[in-house]
Design a protein around this ligand. Structure first.
Ligand code: MN
Length: 488
């Protein structure tokens, strides 16, 4: 994982004299250092900007430096914002406007005009806000005291979304074979996603993968087999199936790493030359941060890798998911999500078990090994990126996952059970109205607000279905957005 950082750019001007500027710089350095201790990525103080040139220079450098995942701006004093126009107009990195101030309280006895001149963020941040609005620049505004934990959390969440932008811009997806025949929602415009999101989506032959598998050595398989045993419980005596999955994983990882791909797809309809659909192999790759999409679904695959990178520690609790079936008993309405094999163990409540079972779908000659587990309880989201023709729409729904309410002993795959918000059936009506796919990324540690930030930075349509959504309001929202996005 690349080491990202964010840059702190503070606005001011010459009007107040050198002493004030020195104090501003000193305080900005102190704030950057303290915030770096509590935020997930370093906040590096860069400049107290007083001229158009200083701002333009720092933006050019931010655009150029790969490690810079975004800039955070703040105006300790008043910073006339015409000097920001040239710089901000050329900004290509995510931008957070931090509306804060150095002092927490108004000092009753000490306050005089000198204090007012030095501490006028309330004034300066409004001028700064205007130019952001006037330039129509996508930005996140966070207001609050810089030592407040709630403020730290909001900046931290935005930073992770900005890292999701950096990861997206470099995303390469390896497609083993094409999409599943006749399916509509997994299709999409690959030129559009590369233009908007930066994704390079290309295909490799399954035959190339089989060739790579044939070159995997027994020693390589032994090492990965040991790793499987250390990570998971063994609930099968079919060692050959597990070793075959290890061979698939090693070959796929070699190809992915050689091409710099962070996500991949395959389909059960195209396994020519392989005995088993990769199950355990895909699941263990996902656990390492790679994105996966079944049935050739490259949109969900790339989104899985991005949400993982946005999660805790740069590889969070997010995975490829599919809505399968409902439990519609009144008061106990739940969705049951799973896939034919490939559910990421980062979603598991406990240690996963390796099992082998027959898989009727596809061209499996042998029973594929897979990880079986129950998903965690907790709040989360499901995310779907769809191609509306001429634009992309990102749909995010809040969910409450529960411990599956029944053991389902004959279900041979990992399972997650949840209730969509505002309630299951209204949530389903909203999801279907918006056109959300059956494939999603399910995440326990990325929030709807972070996905809204990500969509804003990517300049794509965003639809959020949550506790307050009604089908009526949603229908109106979609109608307006349809018009707006046709004009954009
Ligand atoms: Mn599927």
């Amino acid at each position: 994982m690349k080491q990202y950082e964010f840059w702190f750019v503070v606005g001011s001007q010459f009007l107040y004299g050198p002493e004030v500027l020195e104090t501003v710089e000193e305080r900005a350095r102190e704030m950057a250092a303290e915030l770096s201790r509590v935020l997930p990525y370093p906040l590096v103080y860069k400049v107290t900007a007083k001229t158009n040139e200083e701002i333009t220079d720092v933006v050019k450098e931010a655009n150029f430096r790969d490690e810079c995942a975004g800039i955070v701006t703040w105006c300790h004093t008043f910073s006339p914002s015409k000097m920001w126009i040239n710089g901000l107009a050329s900004l290509q990195k995510p931008w957070l406007h931090f509306a804060t101030q150095y002092n927490k309280e108004i000092p009753n006895d000490e306050i005089d005009m000198d204090f007012m001149n030095l501490n006028q963020a309330a004034h300066g941040d409004r001028e700064h806000g205007f130019i952001g609005a006037r330039l129509r620049k996508p930005r996140k505004v966070v207001a609050g005291y810089w030592q407040d934990e709630k403020v730290h959390k909001r900046i931290a969440d935005w930073m992770k979304a900005a890292v999701g932008v950096a990861v997206s811009k470099e995303m390469k997806v390896m497609r083993f074979g094409d999409n599943m025949r006749e399916v509509a929602v997994t299709e999409g415009d690959k030129v559009e996603v590369q233009t908007k999101l930066g994704w390079q989506v290309n295909t490799w032959a399954v035959g190339d993968l089989v060739k790579e598998m044939n070159a995997v050595t027994d020693e390589e398989v032994d090492a990965l087999y040991k790793e499987y045993l250390a990570s998971y419980d063994l609930n099968t005596d079919n060692t050959a199936a597990i070793r075959y999955q290890a061979k698939e994983e090693i070959a796929m990882k070699k190809m992915l790493d050689r091409e710099g791909c962070r996500a991949f797809t395959n389909t059960f309809q195209d396994l020519y030359g392989m005995e088993q659909l990769p199950g355990l192999a895909s699941q263990h790759l996902m656990a390492q941060g790679y994105g996966y999409g079944g049935e050739g679904d490259w949109k969900v695959s790339a989104m899985t890798a991005i949400l993982k990178a946005m999660g805790e520690g740069g590889n969070g609790s997010s995975g490829f998911m599919e809505d399968y079936t409902y439990h519609l008993v009144e008061g106990q309405e739940y969705s049951l999500g799973a896939h034919m094999l490939e559910v990421c163990p980062s979603l598991a409540a406990d240690k996963s078990r390796i099992e082998t079972h027959h898989l009727g779908i596809g061209m499996n000659e042998k029973d594929p090994a897979r990880l079986v587990f129950e998903g965690k309880a907790g709040r989360g989201i499901v995310v779907s990126l769809i191609d509306m023709g001429g634009r992309l729409r990102l749909i995010v729904q809040d969910i409450e996952a529960v411990k599956p309410i029944m053991p389902m002993p004959n279900l041979p795959v990992a399972r997650v059970m949840w209730r969509a918000l505002p309630d299951l059936t209204t949530g389903v009506e909203c999801w279907i109205t918006a056109g959300g796919a059956h494939h999603t990324v399910l995440s326990y540690d990325v929030t709807a607000e972070q996905m809204r930030d990500w969509a804003r930075m990517m300049d794509i349509e965003f639809v959020h279905i949550g506790a307050d959504t009604t089908p009526e309001k949603l229908e109106e929202e979609l109608l307006v957005k349809d018009l707006v996005w046709k004009l954009k």
